[in-house]
Ligand binder design. Structure first.
Ligand SMILES: [Fe+2]
Length: 247
């Protein structure tokens, strides 16, 4: 069995440093890796990236992240990525990594994702140039996530995004903003590979559990949803949901 800890939307800045650390220090006893589903910072500045690296770096387990929309706010996503990478954190964007864990290969493919909506209520690639650019971005990121997922050779495969691949985990959010919280194309990408678990954040008022049309378990790990420093999920196990452990 592989145990992965996951959280999203931790929005670290200098005022948050220290808040997660006590629980994170216990990670090596509880999980084999930590995945963070974007919105690592408040406004995507280099200083905030350093705060995130201080809080989430050097944990004794591998840390793999994707960026969220907040991490793009200052147009410094490249510098933010460099700060994180220099701290030993793996940043995925339409890419994949494999972790060797007690003889098992854990594959993680990640992308920020984008909005667009879900079946019956989605934006379409038609009309104004701006609309086509919006949906084009959605389609390109999703297609590249699918390629990353299908490229991995591993024993257990996880999809890590900021935006949601399904509407199930948005329940609790206003219906009017679903299209800005995720898109069905990400769900198609997840279903195009033998994905064991899809993790996302972004929907602070959503629900934890959902499933893609293809049957892949989806978990919204946004911190306001899971209400603790991280949840732990199990792979190569009968159920992805581990017994609750206070963190
Ligand atoms: Fe977000």
């Amino acid at each position: 069995m592989i145990r992965i800890a996951a959280v999203g939307d931790v929005h670290v800045d200098k005022d948050v440093v220290g808040r997660y650390r006590p629980a994170l220090e216990q990670l090596p006893d509880r999980a084999d890796a930590l995945l963070v589903a974007g919105d690592l910072t408040r406004h995507g500045t280099v200083d905030e990236a350093k705060c995130f690296a201080t809080e989430f770096g050097g944990l004794g387990v591998p840390v793999v992240v994707v960026l969220g929309n907040h991490d793009h706010q200052s147009d410094q996503e490249q510098q933010v990525t460099e700060v994180l990478t220099d701290s030993g954190i793996t940043v995925l964007e339409c890419s994949a990594t494999v972790l060797e864990i007690r003889g098992h290969r854990l594959g993680i493919a990640g992308a920020k994702g984008f909005g667009g909506g879900f079946a019956g209520a989605c934006a379409s690639n038609f009309g104004e140039r701006e609309m086509k650019q919006f949906v084009g971005t959605t389609e390109e990121i999703s297609a590249r996530l699918g390629e990353a997922l299908r490229s991995v050779r591993c024993d257990a495969l996880v999809a890590l995004t900021h935006y949601s691949p399904v509407p199930d985990t948005l329940v609790g959010e206003p219906l009017e903003i679903y299209a800005f919280l995720g898109c069905y194309q990400l769900g198609n990408a997840v279903d195009s590979a033998p994905t064991a678990l899809a993790l996302h954040g972004h929907a602070h008022h959503g629900s934890e559990r959902g499933r893609t049309p293809g049957g892949v378990p989806v978990r919204n790990v946004a911190h306001p949803v899971i209400k603790q420093a991280y949840n732990v999920y199990q792979l190569l196990s009968e159920s992805v949901d581990a017994p609750l452990v206070p963190a």
